[in-house]
Design a protein around this ligand. Structure first.
Ligand code: ASP
Length: 154
């Protein structure tokens, strides 16, 4: 790839992070895969720490270029930041920036992606370096929300 375009980017991902009434955190990721990859490729989605991660402090689910996400362990890194006390959305953005700075593939393929994250205190956040990312949330006693574009929130 010369560069990423809207038509030539990973898509079809469904990720979820959840906190139950007993305080247990969980993360899950399903993927449509990345374009122009070999048959039989195993991307980041099924790999703990990369495509998803949850521990006692936070849960995260990733989307984007799997090779980049695997390299930096995007979900685990984001959870580590939240576990250290930082804001979930800030951690998501920071770790996506780290991925974009540190991972360089042939032909300058961009290391773009997105991550959603939820802390044990119920605070959630997200970030993405793609042009858009469908996302939504719900918490007990609150209305569900969803958005796609960078600055919109319903
Ligand atoms: N991360 C996935 C992959 O590289 C694509 C995606 O679901 O965003 O296979």
């Amino acid at each position: 790839l010369q560069s990423e375009s809207e038509e030539d980017a990973p898509r079809g991902t469904v990720g979820c992070v959840a906190l139950d009434q007993a305080g247990r955190l969980a993360a899950a990721t399903s993927t449509g895969g990345s374009p122009r990859t070999r048959a039989g490729r195993i991307g980041d989605a099924p790999i703990v720490g990369a495509g998803f991660f949850a521990d006692g402090a936070a849960a995260a689910s990733s989307t984007g270029w799997g090779e980049s996400i695997l390299t930096v362990q995007l979900a685990a890194r984001t959870c580590a930041g939240v576990g250290a006390g930082f804001d979930p959305g800030a951690c998501a953005g920071r770790e996506l920036d780290v991925m974009n700075e540190r991972v360089r593939w042939r032909n300058e393929m961009a290391s773009t992606g997105g991550v959603i994250v939820l802390g044990a205190d119920g605070r959630g956040g997200w970030g993405f370096t793609t042009s858009r990312m469908a996302r939504g949330g719900w918490a007990q006693g609150h209305h569900p929300w969803s958005a796609v574009d960078p600055f919109s929130e319903a």
